[in-house]
Design a protein around this ligand. Structure first.
Ligand code: HEM
Length: 194
């Protein structure tokens, strides 16, 4: 980004503003709305991690249990949880995060930690939709198709492993995102002047 000097004096006439700083003043959340949105963002983020942990628990149960009814229940509840809790919460975390970034001094492309969070969250949401969700749906179909005897000995096969590994990977990225949010590392992104 090219930060051209606009030579717009402030009221005291003592300072000048860059073009980007001028543009940034267009929209800011009031302190009250920033607190409301941050509260929603944190609650939703905690919820995403909770839902992820629940899906992991169900995945491990599906892989390790020898009780066909429990394996069946695990993958069916997993499908319900992934589609109606985990995914909507992940989208809400992305949406509230973008609004928080845009509406506060952090913006979206001014600080490395915010930009990294944005990229990681988009990656997680995309992986949940295009990689995890189809496999969770497939697991729910398989668990109803396979006989109780086979479920007790072999479970649902490869797809059970794929789902569990995928959701553990998502958790590790989510924990990285929270660490970035709390520590806010690496400082400002400095664009080179032409
Ligand atoms: C699942 C994804 C996300 C999780 C788990 C998450 C988690 C958190 C947490 C726990 C905080 C509170 C940190 C603190 O106050 O010390 C926070 C703050 C924040 N998050 Fe996120 N976040 C996520 C996605 C995003 C995205 C995509 C953005 C935008 C790029 C974003 C932007 C922000 C900003 C700007 C703050 C600080 C707000 C402030 O202090 O004014 N977050 N996030």
């Amino acid at each position: 980004m090219n930060q051209k000097q606009l030579d717009v004096p402030d009221l005291a006439g003592a300072r000048t503003m860059t073009a980007s700083a001028h543009a940034q003043q267009k929209w800011r959340l009031s302190p009250r709305w920033r607190n409301v949105l941050l509260t929603v963002h944190i609650v939703v983020s905690v919820g995403v991690i909770g839902a992820d942990l629940s899906v992991i628990t169900l995945g491990i149960t599906g892989l390790t249990s020898g009780i066909p009814e429990l394996i069946r229940a695990s993958y069916l509840v997993m499908q319900l949880l992934a589609n109606t809790v985990l995914l909507p919460l992940a989208f809400t975390a992305l949406f509230t995060g973008i609004l928080l970034g845009l509406g506060t001094r952090w913006r979206l492309t001014q600080y490395y930690w915010v930009l990294t969070k944005l990229v990681l969250t988009i990656t997680v949401v995309t992986a949940l939709v295009f990689v995890l969700q189809p496999r969770v749906n497939q697991a729910a179909v398989e668990v109803l198709r396979i006989s109780p005897e086979e479920l007790a000995t072999n479970g649902i096969g490869q797809v059970g492993f794929a789902v569990t590994i995928g959701i553990v990977a998502a958790l590790s990225v989510l924990l990285t995102i929270v660490t970035l949010a709390v520590n806010k590392p690496w400082g400002r992104i400095r664009f080179k002047h032409r």
